[in-house]
Design a protein around this ligand. Structure first.
Ligand code: S3P
Length: 434
């Protein structure tokens, strides 16, 4: 993908539906009784993997119109043993959340994924699910996919997670829907709470107490009628692009602003940015707003602690803002980025240096010297959707042409990213090479 800077970003746009919420809606809809109807769903490779896996176990998932899904659920006890290995592609959310469901099914299943996913740690979900009673085997002592799962009658656990991770929390809460007793998960900091909100929206009672959440076995799930907000993580790339490209003025409509997801807004505010939120509303238990932003000089900042789980997926975009901000930015407590689709700390350090940014890599973060005037370069997405989109933003803020390898990996979360970028760049600056 060739990116040629074409001046300011102007206008307004919508972003596709939230990836995390779409996965959860497909899973709960497949376990519900009757017909679930979802609008605003994300149609991306990752979400299709979730749908396909559930279809292999008996759910009927249909794509209608641009962003609608219609799911004929199987009922809470209605999934059937898949004939094939379930291939979740690049999707960490699919493998971890489905493992929670499969741990409780009276059948055998195998989950695998692409070359990136097969390197990602699964002990974080396999260990608690085993302690609930499931048999889970995997490579590397049970840590790496493929995972082979023989489900069982589960017993509730009280799990204290060492990591603030919504995938861990959600895997255990989903298993908890089938377990005898009350299942509890406690996390060190609050991670995204979409599972909890969706449980409440469909009438599954949960009990929250600080950083703990509890759920009991459910008897059935009613069908869902949901409207999914725009994905804040997709909006993040446009927000940062508009901030760092002089003269930009952009409005993003209908974006989810769940506070467990919007740490980037706090981080950008501490750099001097002004993002205006308007038209506040709720969609299926999730807060939504329009976001307006203009380009603004940024100063360096420090991010860490409880802010990190709230901006985990936005660190690639944030690092681009930090590279051009005046003064240094320190990102700490972010070692989890090393086990994302790729090691994003290593990837960001290496790729942003190609643009001329000064970046120091630390075990749990990055130090960006700031003040870089970026120069276009040949860079590599590492096959990671969020890296590709962050590098596109860097390319738009740089002098000269940037060429990004493996750009189509954006299809994990944002298949028409490149097309939408062109709509707000009057100079049609983005083109696929070759
Ligand atoms: C997700 C949780 C986060 C996030 C991922 C989506 C989810 O992962 O990075 O993109 O939908 O639950 P962790 O739970 O590993 O932090």
């Amino acid at each position: 993908m060739r990116v040629i800077p074409a001046g300011p970003l102007k206008g307004e746009l919508t972003v596709p539906g939230d990836k995390s919420i779409t996965h959860r809606a497909i899973i709960l809809g497949s376990l519900a009784d009757g017909i679930t109807e979802i609008t605003g769903a994300l149609r991306s490779d990752d979400c299709r993997r979730t749908a396909k896996a559930l279809a292999a176990m008996g759910a009927v998932v249909e794509e209608l119109g641009d962003d609608q899904l219609r799911i004929q659920g199987c009922g809470l006890r209605g999934l059937r043993e898949p004939e094939e290995v379930l291939d979740v592609g690049n999707s960490g959310t699919t493998i971890r959340l489905l493992a929670g469901v499969l741990a409780a099914q009276p059948f055998f299943s195998v989950l695998t994924g692409d070359q990136y996913l097969r390197k990602r740690p699964m002990a974080r979900i396999a260990v608690p699910l085993r302690s609930m009673g499931a048999a889970i085997l995997g490579r590397a002592g049970g840590n790496l996919p493929p995972l082979a799962i023989m489900g069982a009658r589960l017993r509730a656990i009280d799990f204290v997670s060492p990591i603030a991770s919504a995938q861990i929390k959600s895997a255990i809460l989903l298993a908890g829907l089938f377990a005898e007793g009350e299942t509890a998960v406690t996390e060190p900091f609050l991670s995204r709470d979409h599972t909890e909100r969706m449980f409440e929206a469909v009438g599954i009672p949960i009990r929250r107490n600080g950083l703990s959440v509890r759920v009991q076995a459910a008897t059935s799930i009613p069908p869902l009628h949901m409207s999914i907000p725009g994905d804040f993580s997709a909006a993040a790339f446009f927000l940062v692009a508009a901030l760092v490209i002089p003269g930009s003025e952009l409005t993003l409509r209908g974006v989810g602003i769940n506070p467990t997801r919007t740490g980037l807004l706090d981080a950008l505010a501490s750099m001097g940015a002004v993002v205006e939120l308007s038209q506040h509303r709720m969609a299926s238990g999730e807060p939504v707003a329009d976001l307006s932003v203009r380009s603004h000089a940024l100063r360096g900042t420090e991010v860490g602690g409880t802010l990190i789980p709230r901006m985990l997926d936005e660190i690639p975009a944030f690092a681009v803002a930090a590279a051009v901000a005046k003064g240094p930015t320190i990102i700490r407590d972010a070692a989890e980025l090393r086990v994302k689709e790729v090691d994003r700390l290593a990837a960001l350090a290496k790729e942003l240096r190609r643009f001329g940014a000064e970046v120091e890599e630390r075990p749990d973060g990055l130090v960006l010297r700031g003040g870089a005037s970026l120069s276009g370069c040949d860079c590599d997405s590492w096959g990671d959707h969020r890296m590709a989109m962050a590098l596109a933003v860097a390319g738009l803020a740089a002098r000269g042409t940037t060429s990004i390898s493996d750009p189509l990996c954006v299809s994990s979360s944002f298949p028409d990213f490149w097309a939408r970028l062109s709509t707000i760049l009057p100079g049609a600056a983005v083109s696929v090479e070759g």
